[in-house]
Structures are given as structure tokens and as C-alpha cells.
Design a protein around this ligand. Sequence first.
Ligand SMILES: Nc1ncnc2c1ncn2[C@@H]1O[C@H](COP(=O)(O)OP(=O)(O)O)[C@@H](O)[C@H]1O
Ligand SMILES: [Mg+2]
Length: 355
Amino acid sequence: MYKINIEGLCQHLDLGEVSEEFLFNKGMTNRTYYVKTNKNELVIKALSASNVSSAYNRNKLIMGEKIGRISNRYGICGINASEINGTILHYFEEQYYLIFNYLKGIEKKLNEISVSDVINAGNILGKMHNIKFKKHLSLITRIPSYHYGRNVDGKVDWNYYVNEILSKPKQPKWLSLLFSNILIIENLYETSRLHFKNFRSKNKVISHCDVFNQNIIWFDNQPFLIDWEKCGEIDATFDFLNTAIRWSLYINKIGALSMDKDKLKIFTSTYLQHKKVNIKRLRTNFEIIKYRRLYYLYTALNRYINPSDLVDKKRASRKIKVSLNYLTIFIEMDNYLQELIDFIKMEKDRYKRSK
Ligand SMILES: Nc1ncnc2c1ncn2[C@@H]1O[C@H](COP(=O)(O)OP(=O)(O)O)[C@@H](O)[C@H]1O
Ligand SMILES: [Mg+2]
């Protein structure tokens, strides 16, 4: 349940009188508002109950913002929640909020991402993976772990979802995509699930964990990283590969998600200038990337059938569409992973020779 009262919150924290307010229609989990007051232009994020339900989760949010501030000192520009009355996490009338200064920049859709943007992203991730964050944090700080997904016991009966949705009076457009890909989903899910069961994160780094186009605001051609919520300790290879794939995506002529292999290589070679990639861990981590998406699909399908206040049918539908679009990427990437491994080896040799 959300109990949002933006005007009341602004009054309570002395942020000024609200003259304009609208909901950014993007987020999957929170409700983020643009708010104009007679003092300032703000972004106010009303946090979903699941994000603040436990002390662990609230600590995760606060840590994310701390990590963001430390990253700033190392040249990674970001927008972090404002500290007001000694805290960044505000509780008002049974609802938690984060408050930011509004940055009027440009947000780029997949097909607007240029090669130089990809280089920027590769630099951000490479730099961040090298920061010794722990040096700046107290010894007792509890650093949250990245959430890869949950282990679902046993097989998922994907056909159940198709039948369940077919039995409803109105069917969503994506149902045919789910239906026609059911065998692929079953196979991808079963293989990746076994990898996930045995997965142990190695070579851990602290990272933003969600560096993609929707979490960057471009201002004067400079990237500003927002949304530090997923921030935590993560397997460096996972974060590298996941982010590299996301920055190589585009929508092709027939409207499907596709991969630009040149961009993937450009991201990779930029990242390699900062940090080595453990090629032996790439395949396993690719399986975990697949598992994470399919787990996401599974939870979204459950939500679609049994919507909640937090994830309504529309949001569940959005999540399902995103996950289904990734299927083609997984198949493309399966064929391309060896080429990427060879490319990384070649880059390593080139780097050694140039030394
Ligand atoms: N400081 C900001 N300045 C301008 N726009 C912002 C700012 N923070 C967030 N937004 C807008 O709100 C949207 C959702 O914010 P984000 O922090 O990414 O939330 P979510 O967790 O829902 O993804 C962003 O995609 C962006 O359009
Ligand atoms: Mg976001």
C-alpha cells in the first residue's frame, strides 16, 4: 500500500509550497514524482513497501546513497538523495520517501545511445569496480548483497500461466510471444536454474549494480547516475557482462530487441582499461543473468495473475514484456560469447604488448 501525500511531506520538511506535481510513468517498483515548489524543483520517490519493509532493506537504501556519494569523489557523477534533518530516508504518515534535486537533463532511449555514450558507461563501471569503498566506510557497516534472484524449488510449470491467462476474458498482446516461446523458456530456465543453485559470487566488488540508460541523466553530455537502490556487493564478472549487454541493446527494424556487437566490444575494451575480466567465469555468469531475467518473468507472471497494490496488472505486464524481449538476446549472446572471450584475450595480449 502506498500512502502518498506529497504536499503534506513538503510542508512537513519545509520544502515549500507545491505548485506542480506529476508521476514519472517509468519505475517498476516505486512511485517517483516531479515536484515544483516555490523554493525548488524536486524529485520525490515514494518507496514501495517491499523496499523498506525490513531494517536490512532500509539500510540498503541508505548504503546505496552513501556509495553514490563516495563514487562522486572518484569522478563518477551521480544524483543522491538530499539529507534533510540529518536523514535521507523520510517517514511521513506511514510512507517512506527519498528526495532529490531535479536535474533537467536528457534521458536516452536505446536507439539514441551513441558509441561515445557506451564508452562513458564502460568507464563508469570500470572506475567504480576499482574504488576501495570499504576504506571509506566504518568497519561495522553492513554492506548489502546484490539480489540475483531466489532459488525456486523444482521446475516451473510455464504452461500453467499460458492456460491461466487464456482462461481470462481479455488476453494481453504478449501472450502469443509467451506461448510460442514456451519450450525455449523451459530449456533456458532449467539450465540456468541449475547454475544458479551452485552459484557462488566471487571476485566481489561494490557497485551501483544497475548502470543502464534509464538510470542515467545526461547533462551537458555528462552522464549523471541516478537510482542507487540496487547498490551492493556483486560479482564483478556478472556486473560487467550484464552491463555490457545492456549497453549494446537496440530495437531493430522489426521492433525486436537486438544486440550491437560492436557496442559490446567497445564497452568491453573500455572496461578492460580499468579492470581485468575473468573469462573463466563469463559462461556461469551469463547463466545467472538468464536465470535472473527468467525468475523476474516468473514473479511477474504470478503478479499478473494475482495483482497486488504494489505491482498491479499494468506493471506486471511491463515486466513480462521486458523479460520476453530478452529471449532473443540470450540466444544471440549464446552464439556470441565465445567471440567475446576471444576478443578479451586479444585485448589482453594487445595491452601486454603495449606495456
Ligand atoms: N534527480 C532527478 N532529476 C530528474 N529526473 C529524475 C531524477 N531522479 C529520477 N528522475 C526520473 O524519474 C525516473 C525514475 O527514477 P529512478 O530513480 O530510476 O526510479 P526507479 O527505481 O523507479 O527506476 C527516472 O527514469 C527519471 O526519469
Ligand atoms: Mg531507475
